[in-house]
Design a protein around this ligand. Sequence first.
Ligand code: ZN
Length: 182
Amino acid sequence: MIGDPVLREQSAPVSSQELASEDMQQLIDDMIDTMRAANGAGIAANQVSVAIRIAVVEVSDNPRYPYKPRVPLTVLVNPEIELLGDETVVINEGCLSVPLRGDVTRHVEIRLSYLDRHGVAQRQVLRGLTAATMQHEVDHLDGVLFSDRVDPRTLATWPEFEIHQRDDFVARITEFVKRTDS
Ligand code: ZN
């Protein structure tokens, strides 16, 4: 959780040899289990105290973020993001390591390059909330939390967000998702 120095470390790249090891494959499986158990949309290795450049992302029917478009299970090893265009969107984000939500400005379109868990190079152009989720996860690997980028006056606990902000945010972002992700 926020305050643990491991969340502020620059995570170390993973070699192909390390990636193929049983320990690393087990870590990836553990991260997937942890993400699913916590209803996260993603988790980075330093959130489970290992400062290496691996993150996993998956969005299905997520009770924490019901407005997010689906993302198949994706294992990101040594991911890199190139920001495309200059369109941005304000998204109310949460994080398994920060017990608050708040508004963050993200790029709408990115190119994401990474190795999958088998060491195969992948490259995708992503838009909208999915692109934002990837930016949040890669930030983790660089020791950056969403609370570093947040508009501080929008910070809210989850219960206060539910009462005061959820309806307006979900209406706005659902409209954005319709325009952007489909
Ligand atoms: Zn996070």
